[in-house]
Structures are given as C-alpha cells and as structure tokens.
Ligand binder design. Structure first.
Ligand SMILES: [Ca+2]
Ligand SMILES: [Ca+2]
Length: 211
C-alpha cells in the first residue's frame, strides 16, 4: 500500500472516529434575511450571488465579486465544488436577498498552500449576498420535464426539445448548429456508457435521492 493511501485511510478513520468534521468549523452569521422567502438554497441549486473575500487575520480584502469580472454577480451550482468547500457549506439554506458573513477555516478554503493573495493556512471571511436561488441545471425536476416518454432515460431529441424551450423562454432562440454543439457536449460528458441515452443514474451526478 502506498503511503498516500495509508494517509487517506488514517484521515478517514480519524473523521469517522468522531473527530470534529471540518464542515462544522464553518461559521455562519446571518446579516440580513428577507421576510419573504420562497425558496431556500439547497445542493444542486443555481445561485447568483456576490461574495467578497477577506483574510481573517487583518481584514484585508483579496476578492471582490463586485469589481472582478465587470462587477457581475457570480453564477454557480451550490454544493458541487464550483466554489470553495466552505462556501458550498456556508451558503446552504439561503433565501434570495439574504446576506451572510461566512468564516471558513483554511482546510475548507485555500488550504496549506494558499492561492494568489491568500497566504498558506489562512482562515478567510466571505461576505455573501444571494441575489437569486433557482432550480439547478441538473435538478430531477428538469429531468422529469425532459423525459417526454417517461422511460427514465433521455434521448438527444428529448434534451434538444428542452433546450429549445428554455432558450426560447429566455428570448434567445438559437440556430441548429448551436444546439448540435451543446448536445454533443452534454452527451460526451454525461452518456458514460455511450449508448446514446442519458439514464437517470448518469444524469444524477449530484447523487441526490429525489428519484
Ligand atoms: Ca426518455
Ligand atoms: Ca447512457
């Protein structure tokens, strides 16, 4: 057994033996919560948010989503590793309009090496503001809508119909080559056994138990 496997097993053992999970070390302070809340964020949801990052030790700012990337709020899918683990954890159950301060230990942020302006082993603080919470691209709700013949499997035709409707709803109908390109991409990524269909199992990459 190579040393890295032993290390992994040891860490796993320590965790399962009741050592504090790093996830428990994410501190959440709610700064503002709107009275009306139709949907609380959950794993797999598509989130639109601003988040500004600060170093805990001196309060210096290392990231500002309001000025980076032309100040557009960021889109990401929650709970699947598109943002640092600490934000995946700390941004659960948020309403649109809610603001939080989320303090994240290094292990769930930029780790022992740090990144860019974030030094090694740094605890970081994010001020987050969620602008919208919506059904993610991989929700089982969407799967059900796409699966026109309800056989728990998606053909290219079914996915294409859905994409067309979505783009038309958004007021941006696209041409055929556009859809062909997206479809090729989706099937290349999702159709693991290459049988030309995306099964519920292949689709449900976030392993949510809604089926
Ligand atoms: Ca089908
Ligand atoms: Ca397949």
């Amino acid at each position: 057994m190579c040393p890295c496997i032993i290390l992994t097993l040891t860490l796993y053992y320590l965790n399962s033996a009741g050592a504090a999970e790093p996830e428990d070390q994410v501190q959440i302070q709610v700064l503002f919560r709107p009275e009306e809340c139709n949907r609380k964020s959950k794993k797999g949801d598509l989130i639109n948010a601003h988040y500004d990052g600060f170093l805990e030790k001196d309060g210096s700012q290392f990231y500002c989503s309001r000025s980076d990337k032309q100040g557009h709020p960021q889109w990401f899918v929650l709970g699947v590793g598109q943002v640092i683990r600490g934000l995946d954890v700390g941004m659960m159950d948020m309403c649109a309009g809610e603001k939080r301060k989320v303090t994240v230990p290094a292990a769930l942020a930029f780790g022992q090496t740090g990144k860019g302006p974030v030094p090694p082993n740094a605890t970081v603080v994010f001020e987050v503001e969620v602008l919208s919470v919506s059904r993610g691209p991989r929700s089982m709700e969407a799967f059900g809508q796409m699966d026109l013949d309800q056989d728990k499997s998606l053909t290219k035709g079914e996915v294409k119909e859905y994409l067309k409707l979505e783009y038309e709803k958004g007021g941006k109908p696209r041409d055929e080559p556009f859809y062909e390109k997206i479809l090729a991409d989706i099937f290349w990524k999702s159709d693991k056994d290459q049988d030309g269909q995306i099964s519920a199992k292949e689709y449900n990459i976030y392993e949510r138990d809604e089926l």
